[in-house]
Design a protein around this ligand. Structure first.
Ligand SMILES: Cc1cc2nc3c(=O)[nH]c(=O)nc-3n(C[C@H](O)[C@H](O)[C@H](O)COP(=O)(O)OP(=O)(O)OC[C@H]3O[C@@H](n4cnc5c(N)ncnc54)[C@H](O)[C@@H]3O)c2cc1C
Length: 323
């Protein structure tokens, strides 16, 4: 009989990590959740900006959430509201911004924000995590050795596949090879006057794939007309390593072409999502080594929607509990 699982570390507090952490905690496991960001959410993100005394908000990652299975449907019923602008589906959003949904799901969990996990080591008494303060991708390399946390009976790695690879044992990391994830440049732009477009637009040609009047989503408090515009995967790939300051005006020009004419911009910024939308998933709910009690989860296991991340994290918790 296997030793019961008493403690676990979850790396990544996006939807996959939150689903995994909640399921483990519900089973009585003491869970510690680490994320390099300042709060839970990952790609369910809202950027808040103040400009000229006005408060603005942009959901610059996931735009709306849909559920096909009962588990995620319950999450949306509890923590999100309908957004009727996308008429063809049961689209839901968090309020007053998308990031409110993961924050609600993180309530009651032992979340350590602003911790970048840089290594995992299996010792006799369990898994040790090595971590640095802050998001290492955004700052200079630290001049101090990493801190350690643990030991933990099990570890769940719930980060994008390319960021999971260096943390996982080689046999699990090798399974990630077929996974493909497209990048996405997002434009965050605010205006003083209405833009002559419907609340949600999905262009079928040109550099843009999506544009939405974020300030018209339910429950928003923005004090100007705020838009989020996403470039398509081809355009995002060819411009991936360019600076946000260069990309923003180009996306604005493409948006002006779509709208016909635009009022002057009050705020303009671009955000690069290096791992945005899954193109080729793993094709399994999660990756796990039951003997080592380590596994990985994320949307990249199952597909491009947030629900895939939720289902993958839930599956990983079940696999670790069964091990
Ligand atoms: C532009 C864009 C538009 C989208 N639109 C939609 C949509 O309309 N509908 C939809 O359903 N889905 C959409 N998605 C996809 C959806 O956002 C994702 O499927 C889902 O959020 C993925 O959750 P996750 O937990 O797998 O990963 P993430 O949300 O990426 O979470 C991973 C977490 O791990 C953390 N992390 C990474 N490395 C480390 C480390 N070394 N140490 C500590 N923490 C680490 C990150 O900070 C992050 O919080 C969109 C995504 C993007 C980017």
């Amino acid at each position: 009989m296997s030793v019961p699982l008493r403690t676990a570390a979850v790396v990544g507090a996006g939807l996959a990590g939150l689903a995994c952490a909640r399921a483990l905690a519900e089973a009585g496991v003491a869970v510690t959740l680490f994320d390099k960001g300042r709060a839970a959410g990952g790609r369910l993100a809202t950027r808040r900006v103040e400009t000229g005394g006005r408060r603005l908000g942009f959901d610059h990652g996931a735009q709306y959430l849909t559920a096909r299975g009962p588990s995620f449907a319950t999450v949306l019923e509890t923590h999100a509201v309908r957004w009727p602008a996308v008429a063809d589906r049961e689209a839901h959003v968090g309020t007053p911004g998308m990031s409110a949904l993961p924050r609600a799901l993180a309530a009651g969990l032992d979340l350590r924000p602003s911790r970048s996990v840089v290594g995992l080591a299996r010792r006799e008494r369990g898994w040790i995590l090595r971590h640095h303060e802050g998001d290492l991708a955004r700052g200079p390399a630290p001049d101090r050795p990493p801190e350690e946390a643990g030991p933990f009976d099990a570890v769940a790695v719930a980060v994008p596949h390319a960021q999971a690879a260096p943390l996982l044992p080689p046999a699990l990391a090798a399974s990630l090879a077929p996974v493909r994830v497209a990048p996405c440049w997002a434009l965050l732009v605010a205006f003083d006057a209405p833009v002559p477009l419907p609340d949600a637009v999905r262009p079928d040609s040109g550099p843009l794939a999506w544009a939405a009047r974020d300030s018209a989503k339910p429950g928003r408090t923005a004090e100007a007309e705020c838009w989020v515009v996403h470039a398509g995967p081809d355009w995002s790939r060819t411009t991936l390593e360019r600076r946000a300051e260069e990309v923003a005006p180009e996306l604005l020009a493409a948006f002006a072409e779509l709208a016909g004419a635009l009022p002057p911009a009050l705020h303009l910024a671009a955000h690069r999502w290096r791992y945005a939308l899954v193109e080729s998933p793993l094709g399994a709910p999660c990756l796990v080594d039951p003997s080592l009690r380590i596994g990985a989860a994320g949307d990249w296991c199952l597909g491009p929607r947030a629900e895939h991340a939720w289902d993958s994290g839930t599956a990983l918790a079940a696999a670790l509990l069964g091990s």
